[in-house]
Write a protein that binds this ligand. Structure first.
Ligand code: ZN
Length: 261
């Protein structure tokens, strides 16, 4: 059976799911929910690949999170071993300045992963988190991507995960050919309604980023990929389309960015 709903960014590979991963995946199967399990390090990327190989509606994204660059570097040889039919994306990679981190060490690992994605013709999963009250990490990421775009063209593509930028930033990602995804945050704040309205339906993706930021009515608990259904419901409301229309549209978008169905 293939999926009806898709959570395009979650972390069943993290320790939060250690004790009941099997049960969570079974519940997802019952609800027709698939997910892209996103690596944050070599170890969690390996676990993402293992889960994807074992479960039909699970796929893997492999890479090094910007907050992990003080612990390890991106070793493309090791990540090459993780490539395969169900490895459909590279990341999550990008820039995270939330706690005052410096650009340079993160940028080095980010560029390695952009090169790796281009060499293997895979999309990027972008993690971008600016300092509070600024859009600095977005501005720097766009500067890097715009530079690559000149030579890579359409080969450079991907998903701007957990979008928290403004209209202008969204437009720049759209111009670069990227998809934009929103989490359960849209179920408890109206802050992103305007930007969500501006993103065309054919460039939107749904995600939970579980175990983080559970949507209403699960606030305060560990998030799970099947809660993406709540993100779909709210996104359909904001976009003024039926749930069925959004379900079909997301399926089409997944086919075009990730070649999955
Ligand atoms: Zn994540």
């Amino acid at each position: 059976m293939s999926f009806e709903f898709f959570d395009s960014h979650s972390h069943l590979n993290l320790s939060d799911f250690e004790s009941d991963k099997k049960e969570v995946i079974e519940k997802m199967a019952q609800d027709g929910v698939g997910t892209l399990t996103v690596g944050t390090s070599l170890l969690t990327s390996k676990e993402a690949v293992r889960l994807a190989k074992e479960n039909e509606n699970l796929f893997a994204c492999i890479g090094l999170h910007p907050n992990e660059v003080s612990n390890e570097t991106f070793d493309s040889e090791k990540y090459t071993e993780l490539l395969g039919e169900k490895t459909i994306c590279v990341g999550e990679c990008g820039l995270d300045y939330f706690r005052g981190e410096k650009r340079e060490p993160q940028e080095i690992e980010f560029r390695k992963q952009i090169d790796f994605a281009l060499e293997n013709d895979l999309p990027l999963m972008l993690h971008i988190r600016p300092r509070k009250g600024t859009l600095d990490a977005y501005e720097d990421t766009l500067e890097i991507l715009e530079e690559y775009k000149k030579t890579a063209g359409e080969k450079l593509r991907g998903q701007a995960h957990f979008f928290a930028g403004n209209l202008e930033i969204a437009k720049k990602f759209l111009d670069l050919g990227f998809y934009i995804s929103f989490t359960g945050v849209i179920t408890f704040t109206k802050d992103y309604d305007e930007v969500l309205k501006s993103v065309p339906l054919d460039r939107l993706l749904t995600e939970t980023d579980s175990p983080f930021v559970a949507p209403v009515p699960h606030r305060g608990h560990r998030s799970e990929p099947q809660y993406v259904i709540e993100v779909y419901k709210r996104m359909a409301e904001i976009k003024g389309v039926s749930l069925d229309t959004l379900i079909d549209q997301v399926k089409n978008n997944l086919k075009s960015i990730y070649k999955i169905s």
